[in-house]
Design a protein around this ligand. Structure first.
Ligand code: FMN
Length: 172
């Protein structure tokens, strides 16, 4: 699916009695590759044909349980640091766990990760914590190892668009 080809559910979503769905994008850090990836994910999520989804983008250190409880679907972005997710992302998930416990079962989520030479440590760690929240991973992660390319950015945009379209259509 690419941007040009997506026709979406615009007619449905603009129906006045159909409530807006909420997509939350949380990432850390706001710099370098991760910043560019997050911007691409957001661009996809805000695709003009997806009219029934409100998108909220938040820095992990400034985000918390209120954002998660608002959301119908979630995208998490982090670099891999020392074989794990970033400290900011871990802090966000730690602070959110008890206030959200038992309230977000089945929430669709996906990840985008930047790494120098691996990335699997961050991926595995988030998956383990997502199990604790009972999130459901509904899309393959975008894992960027090494230099960020236009193809990677296109994959990030596609991820954002797919999550927004999926939550709009209620397919997750
Ligand atoms: C403190 C620190 C620890 C890192 N540890 C890892 C690591 O364990 N595995 C890895 O693949 N990359 C590691 N990296 C590299 C980053 O994951 C990589 O640069 C990533 O793309 C973040 O870059 P960005 O800030 O431009 O998004 C580390 C970088 C830093 C600063």
């Amino acid at each position: 699916m690419n941007n040009a080809g997506y026709t979406g559910a615009t007619a449905f979503a603009r129906h006045p009695r159909r409530p807006m769905k909420h997509l939350l994008i949380v990432y850390h850090l706001p710099q370098g590759k991760m910043q560019a990836m997050a911007q691409a994910v957001e661009r996809g999520a805000r695709h003009e044909d997806i009219a029934g989804v409100e998108v909220r983008v938040a820095q992990a250190l400034e985000s918390g349980p209120d954002d998660l409880l608002w959301a119908d679907a979630l995208l998490l972005g982090t670099p891999e640091n020392f074989g794990y997710m970033s400290g900011g992302m871990k802090d966000f998930l730690d602070r959110s766990f008890y206030p959200c416990e038992g309230k977000l079962e089945g929430m669709p989520f996906a990840m985008f990760i930047s790494a120098g030479n691996d990335g699997t440590g961050a991926l595995t760690a988030i998956r383990r914590i997502a199990n604790g929240f009972a999130f459901r991973e509904v899309r393959e992660p975008v894992l960027v190892v090494g230099e960020l390319t236009d193809d990677h950015l296109a994959a990030c945009e596609e991820l954002g668009m797919a999550m927004a379209a999926g939550v709009e259509l209620g397919v997750f």
